[in-house]
Design a protein around this ligand. Structure first.
Ligand code: GRF
Length: 205
């Protein structure tokens, strides 16, 4: 399955996907890394693995329509079948979401639908979990639809919130679980083990 990875930051999730692909337990190919941030370390990871990098910053286009056209062109030219968001900080144009319905996945560092939505990213998520006093958090792999953190859920894993946790310590434990989880969900998709019925994902991850 030909994948595009979208990343804006460090790309540690992307790295685990590259590692599992190299190890032979993730059966996908990475056609392109798309970023809105040319200095993202994710770009360096891509180059080290000979994955082409495309930098597309919406702000450099005259309007949303021309940005969307450029993005669709990249995806079409490289024959992308699945879009993997891995710390991508921009909302995808709705035309892209619609063209890739049930073929865009994201990982969120909490148990959706709690602690998700606009503004809840990075440390903000973990701080919100702590401020609420939740005892359990976790990770959610989900399909992407037109709303933030809203598409059908593919897989969730839990992480206990410990006394004395800070946003930083919690983020670290959650990230380790993300790394163990994301590739398995993507492998299940690549193997055709999942299908969507209404908004429920059915099948074995
Ligand atoms: C992860 O916490 C992920 O859940 C969120 O963005 C972060 C990306 O981290 N969507 P990294 O760039 O993969 O290290």
């Amino acid at each position: 399955m030909k994948c595009a990875v979208f990343a804006s930051g460090g790309g540690s999730n992307f790295q685990t996907l590259l590692d599992h692909q190299k190890a032979g337990d993730l059966h996908v190919s990475f056609a392109v890394l798309v970023t809105n941030n040319s200095s993202a370390f994710a770009c360096e990871r891509a180059r080290r693995h000979n994955v082409p990098v495309v930098h597309l910053a919406p702000s450099t286009f005259v309007d949303e329509a021309s940005y969307t056209r450029a993005l669709m062109q990249v995806l079409t030219d490289s024959g992308v079948e699945l879009i993997i968001l891995a710390g991508y900080m921009r909302k995808l144009p709705s035309a892209v979401v619609s063209a890739f319905r049930n073929r865009i996945v994201n990982i969120h560092p909490a148990l959706l639908p709690a602690f998700g939505g606009k503004g809840l990213y990075g440390e903000h998520v973990h701080q919100a979990v702590l401020d609420y006093g939740a005892k359990i958090t976790g990770v959610t792999v989900h399909f992407v639809d037109e709303e933030y953190d809203h598409g059908a859920i593919i897989r969730q894993e839990t992480v206990r919130v410990e006394d004395g946790d800070t946003a930083e310590t919690l983020a670290k434990r959650v990230l380790a679980v993300e790394h163990a989880t994301y590739w398995r969900a993507i492998e299940a998709l690549a193997q055709g083990r999942l299908r969507v019925e209404n908004r429920r994902v059915v099948g074995h991850v």
